[in-house]
Design a protein around this ligand. Structure first.
Ligand code: BGC
Length: 765
């Protein structure tokens, strides 16, 4: 039956590409039910063919590790490849897929994966920016658009969402996640999975999600990428694991195991993480792929002496697919013969690869995602650019505003800074299929918004970095940073001249995209190069100073906060960055984003996060009280707390009212708070609910986010916001590592950020 289908499909394919372009004609009678179909297929497979399915190779241009896969086409035709990544477009995908379904004995189609991290062709803000919208519908929509574009471009699998909790802004990959909070991170993870996968993985416009990097990758010590993670089990379960679990419970089809070592065991070799936790405890049934060469990296980690040992460890730990190392394909056949790994383990891993392909509908139609017409009609369509613009402006966080924003619609602006007239950096990192040349610079966005009403005087002001080695490294990996021949003092002087003849200064400063993302940790998280000198020189002109920050991490900005008149955080905002920034600077959109990380005053405070423990000696402000948990040379306070962000209007919070002070049985606590827009503009506010469990069998965080609502209030309008706290919301891992709710006193806080809150309390019986 299946054979017949393949003959029909093959004939249709060979009669011309049109068969692959039009969806329907290829549809053979639907394949058998999943279990039956896969059992029959597995029964026909040789051990080599099964191992071939476990091989995930890169063919294309993006290299994120030391090696690139070799002879991919040849291997595909020999049935030695189960999936490829870094290849897209219907033409390129069809070519490889044809090799798989026409040249191999069992005609098993390939998976086509790619790092679609914040948009595919139409680029959205980096994930950290997306999280700052606190708008789950918008986040889901960004993933839906990305999934539609990716699938129109031949892909069926995206290496996203990245849900690693990160508390250390030195870590470059903080840009790729949703910040420091497990509750928010979990909601974002679910929204992304829904957006990519929709309700039907078989539909030609949905793709399989891959939750990464399992697990705890964001806990890299000292914020240095690939560094080991030292973490107690309770922190792991309460803070770092929930987003992976949430994504899996939302139905994510696949998971990627991470590079890092956890307490002495690299995840690639960790049966505890990959099998006991992920499979047995969480009941994850999907596909588990390794990260890029992470399996052969078990050798430098020091837990395997050679590739064969690494392959055995990795398979036994639970990795189904080997990304790029090719140690499975090279060593598993002999390992089975030697009895060092069981054939059953290979069959189980292969089954999961085949199940993913089945679920994606690839056995019914291997060309399901190969359709030039759909690609032409879908990729970067105007509607998607508009959505990207709207979501970008929602991601911006206003940190300070002395009434200088929105800008006046007359007079003149000095537009300065190394990122003011820049397109490359706008789309950020992990935007491989994005075309930065189609991105909108801040300069172009402002010119379009103001037309001839405002004179814009431009000067670059300084370089993004003056570290020659850093520059060389950035440019070696697509930095596109032009070398400036004029000296920096001259550039600053020119910017000062421009500022003097303008009414207001808009300084677009920050990081280059390559300073964040993978392998892009920074020890100093302030403005790189001479940018601070530039700002100081601009400040000295006495002109109002607006900072537009382009960034992929929390940054230390104490001088900037003290001296600038306004600071707007805009991340790497994507294809429509410049237009979205102009929307906010002109007041066409009132900013409402909120930080999803705590921003430190100084890198020496790192890791600094809001949901910390109290310690036995909390500092209470008594300066001469020596023996308290504090620094001698700096306060404990962050520069900006988690959840913080201003608006062009203001909000006031009424008292927090509870419908009961004792929680018993299955009841819930209703928490009410009236929020009023006390300013003159309509605006959105993210109302946040935090809880503190005052006494437990183990120490509990001083605050934990348990709910949030983003509401739109007209100028002068008041609204009562209602949250329900369920008993299960109060559960934690107790002294015996059991998930329990312990009776006692709880504090409830409601506010517009994690610091400025109103409080009430109740007790659990
Ligand atoms: C990264 C992953 C990515 C993979 C494939 C790795 O270096 O850690 O996030 O999905 O490369 O490009």
């Amino acid at each position: 039956m299946k054979k017949l289908y393949f003959v029909i499909a093959l004939a249709l394919v060979l009669t011309g590409n049109t068969s692959a372009q039009k969806k329907k004609p290829v549809q053979a009678p639907p394949v058998k039910p999943r279990n039956e179909f896969i059992a029959e297929l597995l029964a026909k497979m040789t051990i080599e063919e099964k191992i071939g399915q476990l091989n995930l190779v890169s063919i294309g241009f993006d290299v994120t590790g030391p090696i690139v896969s070799k002879n991919v086409e040849e291997k595909v035709q020999k049935g030695q490849v189960g999936g490829v990544f870094n290849t897209f477009t219907p033409v390129a995908v069809r070519k490889l897929q044809q090799m798989a379904v026409e040249k191999t004995r069992l005609k098993i189609p390939l998976l086509f994966g790619y790092d679609v991290v914040h948009g595919h062709r139409t680029i959205f803000p980096i994930p950290l920016g997306l999280s700052a919208t606190w708008d789950l519908k918008a986040i889901e929509q960004s993933a839906r658009v990305a999934g539609d574009e990716a699938s129109a471009d031949g892909l069926n699998w995206v290496f996203s969402p990245m849900v690693d909790i990160a508390r250390d802004p030195r870590w470059g990959r903080i840009a790729e996640g949703s910040g420091e909070d497990p509750f928010l991170g979990s909601r974002v993870a679910e929204a992304m999975v829904r957006g990519y996968q929709g309700n039907d993985l078989k539909a030609d416009n949905t793709v399989m999600a891959c939750v990464k990097h399992f697990a705890l990758y964001g806990g890299a010590s000292a914020g240095r990428d690939y560094n080991p993670v030292e973490m107690g089990e309770r922190t792991m379960r309460e803070v770092y694991l929930p987003p992976y679990k949430a994504a899996i419970d939302a139905g994510a089809g696949s998971v990627m195991s991470s590079f890092n070592d956890i307490d002495g065991v690299p995840v690639g070799a960790s049966r505890r993480m990959l099998t006991d936790l992920l499979r047995s405890e969480w009941n994850f049934k999907g596909l588990l792929a390794s990260d890029y060469t992470s399996l052969s990296e078990l050798i430098p980690h020091g837990v395997a002496a050679n590739e064969a040992e690494a392959a055995a460890l990795a398979l036994i730990a639970g990795n189904d697919m080997d990304m790029v190392s090719e140690i499975y394909i090279n060593h598993l056949p002999a390992l089975v013969k030697e009895g060092k790994v069981s054939e059953q383990a290979i069959t189980d891993a292969c089954r999961r690869v085949l199940e993913a392909k089945y679920d994606l509908g690839l056995f019914e139609d291997p060309y399901r995602y190969v359709n030039e017409k759909r690609a032409a009609a879908t990729l970067m369509k105007a509607e998607y650019r508009n959505i990207a613009r709207d979501i970008a402006r929602r991601s911006f966080v206003l940190l300070k505003n002395n009434n200088v924003l929105p800008l006046k619609k007359s007079g003149s602006i000095a537009l300065v800074g190394p990122l003011a007239n820049n397109k490359r950096d706008m789309i950020g990192n992990w935007s491989g299929a994005g075309d930065w040349k189609q991105a909108v610079s801040v300069s172009d966005g402002l010119k379009t918004a103001f037309g001839s009403a405002v004179v814009i005087n431009y000067a670059k002001g300084c370089n993004i970095t003056n570290d020659a080695q850093m520059l060389a490294r950035l440019n070696a990996h697509g930095g596109e940073i032009a070398a400036e021949t004029r000296g920096e003092d001259e550039l600053i002087r020119e910017a000062v001249e421009v500022a003097k003849r303008s009414d207001v200064v808009v300084a677009v400063v920050g990081e280059s995209q390559g300073m964040t993302g993978e392998a892009a940790s920074r020890a100093d998280i302030g403005l790189p190069g001479r940018q601070l000198d530039l700002l100081k020189a601009l400040k000295a002109t006495g002109k109002p100073l607006v900072i537009v920050l382009i960034n992929g991490r929390p940054m230390t900005l104490p001088w900037e906060n003290e001296n600038a008149d306004a600071i707007l955080v805009t991340w790497f905002a994507g294809t429509e960055a410049g237009n979205a920034i102009a929307d906010v600077l002109t007041g066409a959109y009132n900013p409402a984003g909120k930080l999803t990380n705590t921003w430190p005053q100084h890198v020496g405070q790192v890791p600094l996060f809001y949901n910390h423990k109290a310690t036995g000696r909390p500092f209470n402000g008594e300066q001469l009280d020596k023996y308290k948990s504090r620094y001698m040379d700096l306060s404990n306070e962050p520069l900006f707390p988690f959840g913080f962000g201003l608006s062009y209007t203001t909000f006031s919070y009424g008292d927090v009212r509870l419908d009961r002070t004792k929680l018993a049985g299955d009841a819930t606590v209703a928490v009410r708070c009236t929020v009023t827009n006390t300013g003159k503009m309509d605006g959105e506010e993210v109302v946040q609910l935090y809880v503190r469990d005052v006494t437990g069998s183990v120490t509990r965080p001083v605050k934990e986010l348990k709910g949030f609502q983003k509401i739109l209030l007209k100028a002068g309008e008041s609204r009562e916001v209602l949250f329900e706290i369920k008993r299960s919301d109060l559960a934690f891992w107790n002294i015996d590592m059991k998930l329990v709710i312990e009776p006692g006193l709880f504090h409830v806080f409601v506010g517009g950020n994690s610091r400025d809150v109103k409080k009430a309390e109740f007790s659990v019986e």
